[in-house]
Design a protein around this ligand. Sequence first.
Ligand code: FAD
Ligand code: FES
Length: 289
Amino acid sequence: MATISAFPKQDRKEGPGTNEIVEKRELAKNIYLIKVASPEIARKAKAGQFVVLRVVEEGERIPLTLYDWDPKDGTISLVFQEVGKTTKLLAGMRAGDRILNLVGPLGLPSHIERFGRVVCIGGGVGVPAVYPIARAMKFAGNEVISIIGARTAGLLILEEEMRSVSDRLIVTTDDGSKGRKGFVTDALKDLLKSGLRVDRVVAVGPAVMMKFVAETTRPYGVKTIVSLNSIMLDATGMCGACRVSVGGKTKFTCVDGPEFDGHEVDFDLLLDRLNQYVEEERRIASMDC
Ligand SMILES: Cc1cc2nc3c(=O)[nH]c(=O)nc-3n(C[C@H](O)[C@H](O)[C@H](O)COP(=O)(O)OP(=O)(O)OC[C@H]3O[C@@H](n4cnc5c(N)ncnc54)[C@H](O)[C@@H]3O)c2cc1C
Ligand code: FES
């Protein structure tokens, strides 16, 4: 039976058009990978950067981290979790549909150099964001130990991809259904307590996870970089929606970040701001798309 998509199709004779979804896969329940034709972004992308996209004319703009890119075939890959209205719309799109606007790459690239031994930590949909960072760290000559975690085995994503860019991969699940039972911070604690020298930690995941990663490394004095997921509106540094406090100074995640020194971030303020719109988002998400 023929299916009709609600989203614009590219008007073309051959090859994918800009912003066209060329591949879509469900990696785990409500977590999707989309590969999108975007030659300009694919050419300029660097680890740690993100894009902002809009699905429909009257829709909001949402930021998503660049998981992968291929300058040769002009595509970028994004991984997102369906949480509210816009990600639900995106999850409803199929190969051949076109994303209305896609802007990027945005944000400052990760600081990559040969530090020595780097621990890369990803929690939930933070895993796709830490993947290109781990890959770049490995390419720069670091020994990379990665720790990835999820609530349960079924929600664990990109394990093989992370293994391929790491010297060692540690998997954790909250319920013990795969790997070490516990949080990513428990595995990190084990590493640090074992006396292994760690030169840098990079963590991407829920704000509360990044807060506890920073608290775990603080007593050991290991520089810890986190990628903040503040609420964003314009992503130009003009509206102030993404402001965070780092080292007592106001910073804008979209232009000064998204990566900051985890020991300097005021996580309690960030968590307060993330929770500020929960009720409103829930109301909007419950309305028809
Ligand atoms: C720089 C950056 C990179 C990001 N990269 C990714 C990514 O690669 N993959 C991915 O799945 N998500 C990523 N996010 C989060 C993503 O932008 C939000 O999930 C998305 O905006 C939600 O939009 P929505 O309309 O579907 O949900 P909404 O209805 O707007 O929100 C639903 C619920 O999701 C949560 N939420 C909303 N915005 C955020 C946010 N910015 N951070 C954390 N939770 C939020 C809130 O609890 C909210 O109640 C990123 C955020 C930032 C700032
Ligand atoms: S999103 Fe508007 S200043 Fe960053």
